[in-house]
Design a protein around this ligand. Structure first.
Ligand code: CNA
Length: 245
């Protein structure tokens, strides 16, 4: 049986599906990932490594440089969901219980129409004042392009609601993710190098025998997987037929 047929059967037979997605899931939406050959980490034109700029202490010490890099390289307000995002919506609409646990901050799962999304690393679409906690949309932040975005109410600095290096993840998001993984019968890990903590540890909570990794390159979790498909996720998912329950 070929791998697509195996995946089709696993999806057909599953009732509770968890899909963990990473930056590779959105490359077909023209958002570069970090660790592919043309990913952000391979871009030597920047004097500082992305990990350094996207860290909490750098943000506090050099907000202007942070915002320039962040808005140029990490924020894609006009990106559109690709066929992979749409297929996950179809699964939800078919009546299966599906939880998406994403490391992505691009909001594309929600833009596509998925309703049960755990955003481990936050979202570029949410921003807040570090002083008075007033909420700001991405559009409001973009009106202060080339400036350090400041709160209109109290003058505090606005911070994107994304998890920077050195910051802890939201406990509620982690709890939701673990609960969903423990109780699912199919775990799909798609488009992630699975090297970032603590996301990379979450699949260890899975207790079943249907763990699938769809990723262009090897991951440290490949040894745990029951099926590995090393192809572009949007091309794989395009071939899957979703039947109404
Ligand atoms: P990563 O480390 O860049 O890994 C991406 C993986 O996807 C690589 O192993 C690639 O081989 C693989 N890949 C690329 N394109 C495809 C494709 N079409 N089909 C299948 N596999 C593909 O990214 P991770 O998500 O693992 O790392 C977590 C970081 C990346 C999080 O902190 C994110 O916030 C951050 N990030 C997010 C976005 C986004 O929101 N779209 C973009 C860039 C980085």
């Amino acid at each position: 049986m070929n791998k697509i047929t195996q995946l089709q059967k696993l999806i057909d037979n599953a009732q509770r599906i968890v899909v963990m997605t990473g930056a590779g899931f959105s490359t077909a939406s023209k958002i570069p990932d970090f660790r592919s050959d043309n990913g952000l980490y391979m871009d030597d034109s920047q004097p500082l490594a992305p990990e350094a700029i996207l860290s909490h202490h750098f943000f506090i010490a050099n907000p202007k440089t942070f915002y320039k890099f962040y808005l140029e390289k990490m924020v894609y307000p006009d990106a559109l969901p690709n066929i992979g995002h749409k297929k996950l919506v179809e699964i939800e609409e078919s009546g299966k219980k599906i939880t998406i646990i994403t490391q992505n901050i691009d909001g594309l799962h929600q833009k596509a129409g998925s309703t049960n999304v755990v955003e481990l690393h936050g979202s570029v679409f949410r921003n807040y004042c570090m002083k008075c906690h007033k909420f700001y949309s991405l559009d409001e932040v973009l009106t202060q392009y080339n400036l350090i975005p400041k709160c209109h109410e109290c003058g505090g600095m606005i911070k994107p609601d994304v998890v920077l290096y050195e910051e802890e993840l939201d406990n509620t998001a982690i709890d939701q993710a673990i609960k969903a993984i423990i109780s699912c019968d199919l775990l799909l890990i798609i488009g992630s190098s699975m090297v970032v903590n603590p996301a990379r540890t979450l699949p260890y909570y899975y207790r079943g025998h249907n763990m699938v990794i769809i990723n262009l390159t090897e991951t440290p979790l490949d040894g745990l997987a029951n099926l590995i498909i090393r192809e572009r996720s949007e091309i794989v998912l395009e071939q899957i037929k979703i039947r109404k329950e």
